[in-house]
Design a protein around this ligand. Structure first.
Ligand code: SR1
Ligand code: MG
Length: 421
């Protein structure tokens, strides 16, 4: 299969085509004709198959040469699979046990065979259902601190980091999606945008908001120019699979060298959107406890990220930045702590900026969230989305003045209860 030109798999062709690859066939076991194959991909870009063999079950993920959500009118290079594979291997090294095991990669076929994790479900789906998962705050806080710290000049040898920076710099088209869909399209009438009809007035207000448009472009400037570390690049609640005991991160095809707080902001934005969507999911009972839970998860995620980052700063800061020769080696540990405070402060403000923009694009742009989309009553959906849009605007524009998550909890509650216009 390796020598052949790319060909998209189907449920029908998969057994014959993958049956001759020992890394896959031996693991699955049994005769390929007996394998059970299901296509389960519901993301915006790729094919995903679950293949059940005689001894094991595997996930086969294959990129398509176009954006699945839109169709072949929007071509997208297959090389994103190469970046996904390399990002997964680095995430596994930097934060062991946080991603599925990778068993096989075929660059020409843009295909990755990986461990099938069961009974894991997509985190976004769990939050919509009202599941209060106990470990996600800590697990994802640790994942982000470890991958973001260890992929940066705080930790890596400069030559290795520069080689990685060069490798990921070719992920141009996926960065281009984020640059346009996330940072620009929500703020003008871009052709692929859509929004719930009841939002017309607030959308008009946001698109005329000079401060917001300036701050959004400042965040885009940071995204495009600050190659600080290898980021996952699309760390929303659809890129995480969970059980109550286990959390795994998937789908890092948007990986590139970008600002350290990008993943943190995107993930926390998705928790805030889950929070603002809860009013739309109360058909079978109150979601008051779920709302409290989500605010606690945000707190745990940020605090775990910050504390683990600080721990790594104190114990693994072997890269070329903030060299110990200037600080600890001269008995001036306080200087290292002072520098750390500055770095964490910048991560906090960047996190807020990226989070607010992610909230806007999921309501105003092309790619929406099931959290809101699953709310059938359009007026109720518009009301939930309005609260989220206003919250997003606040955290983007005021990010340098916001002191704590407690302050944002109060704002979120007031907006959700319609106490602020
Ligand atoms: C055209 S791709 C739209 C979105 O789907 C992906 O998951 C990313 O979030 C991207 O922005
Ligand atoms: Mg994805």
């Amino acid at each position: 299969m390796k020598e052949n030109a790319f060909e998209a798999l189907t449920v029908e062709t998969l057994p014959a085509r993958l049956g001759s690859i020992p890394e896959i066939a031996d693991r699955l076991g049994g005769a390929p004709t007996d394998w059970e194959v299901r296509e389960v991909g519901d993301g915006n870009l790729n094919l995903v198959f679950i293949v059940e063999g005689g001894s094991e079950t595997l996930i086969i993920k294959q990129a398509l040469p176009y954006v699945r959500l839109v169709g072949d009118s929007w071509p997208l290079p297959l090389k994103r699979s190469f970046f996904e594979y390399h990002a997964l291997t680095r995430q596994q090294q930097r934060a062991p046990g946080t991603v599925p095991a990778i068993h096989y990669f075929d660059e020409t076929q843009a295909l990755i065979a990986m461990e099938f994790l069961s009974p894991h479900i997509i985190l976004r789906r769990a939050l919509i259902e009202g599941q209060e998962l106990p470990k996600i705050g800590r697990d994802l806080g640790l994942f982000m601190a470890r991958t973001l710290f260890r992929g940066s000049d705080l930790s890596m040898k400069a030559s290795e980091r520069k080689a990685d920076l060069a490798l990921f710099s070719d992920n141009v088209e996926l960065c281009d999606i984020t640059e346009n869909l996330v940072f620009s399209d929500p703020y003008f009438e871009a052709p692929m945008n859509r929004h719930t009809p009841g939002l017309d007035a607030v959308v008009k207000e946001l698109r005329a908001d000079r401060d917001l448009k300036v701050e959004a472009q400042r965040m885009k400037h940071a995204f495009a120019s600050r190659a600080e570390t290898m980021v996952h690049g699309d760390l929303h609640s659809g890129s995480v699979i969970v059980t109550p005991d286990d959390t795994r991160i998937i789908d890092p095809e948007f990986a590139f060298y970008g600002p350290m707080a990008f993943d943190v902001g995107m993930l926390i934005a998705n928790y805030w959107m889950a929070y603002f969507s809860q009013r739309g999911h109360e058909q079978n009972g109150s979601r008051a406890s779920m709302r409290t839970y989500l605010l606690r998860v945000i707190d745990e995620t940020w605090n775990t990220f910050r504390d683990e980052f600080a721990h790594l700063w104190r114990t693994e800061r072997g890269g070329m930045l903030y060299h110990a020769a200037l600080y600890e080696d001269q008995e001036d540990g306080l200087a290292a702590e002072q520098a750390l405070n500055h770095v964490i402060h910048d991560l906090w403000t960047d996190m807020l900026g990226f989070a607010g923009i992610e909230m806007h694009r999921r309501i105003l742009g092309l790619a929406h969230n099931a959290d809101f989309e699953d709310i059938a009553d359009e007026d109720l959906r518009a009301s939930c989305e309005t609260a989220a849009l206003k919250f997003g605007r606040h955290i983007v524009v005021n990010r340098n003045r916001i002191q704590s998550l407690a302050e944002l909890d109060r704002l979120a509650e007031a907006l959700d209860q319609g106490k602020l216009s």
